[in-house]
Design a protein around this ligand. Sequence first.
Ligand code: GLU
Length: 280
Amino acid sequence: MELRATLKEKKRIVIKVGTSTVTYAKTGNINLEKLEKFVRVLFNLRNRGKEIIVVSSGAVGIGKNVLGISEKPAGSVKQACAAVGQARLMMIYQKLFSEYNQLAAQILMTKRTVMDNLSRFNALNTFQELLKLGAIPIVNENDTVSTYEMQFGDNDTLSAIVAALIDADLLLLLSDIDGLFTDDPNSNPNAELIHVVEKLDDHLLKMGKSTSTSDVGTGGMASKLTAAKLASAAGTDMVIANGEDFRNIHRVIEGQDCGTLFLSHKKDEFYLMDYLEKML
Ligand code: GLU
């Protein structure tokens, strides 16, 4: 509980929402009611003096739906889906933000953005400036141009990179699962939720079987554990919690026992580039 209480003090918070959180699983359409609830929680956190950065998936899934494509998109079709879907996604965010007189800002990144020293520096400056101006950056991978060679691949990894880049205090991954379990809870009813991970060892990393069954999202538990590894090294505590109920965001930030907390262990000699070279 003591450990959890420190979460109340976190100021700069990156919150990642997956495609399954922003759309209806059955139809793939945007879940407006959920998104509205989500942005209200964000504004409340901002009103409490927190700095909020959102990493939002959904571009490919929403675009696929808008274009009436039924199979899993690949190559230039996926890029086209992302181009249509990202615009649609931001349109909805903008609309909801404007109702509450809040500023949304879009940041799209590729692997090149973080691997190149100048563009990484530029991206950092943009984040800092936007936060200073009171905007909420909404980040996604630039799927319209990021083919294999320059792809992060999943937004779990991207959100950890963003958290490390901007020196966030907390990374909150909202998922369709309650947290990290001792086994896959879909197949093993005895699987238990792990409340706190003090140290991410090989045993835990092996437990991260890729569990995503989605057609459009890419993050399974394995990518969440990779994200936890990077976040921990960068000095950012990370929580995986269920995005079905956005009150979980408050629960986590109030220090309640919700989801799985991964404690950070920053090393003095942490260099983001070293990690990126190994990871990407
Ligand atoms: N960037 C992708 C999108 O917005 C999602 C990647 C992921 O699911 O992790 O559709």
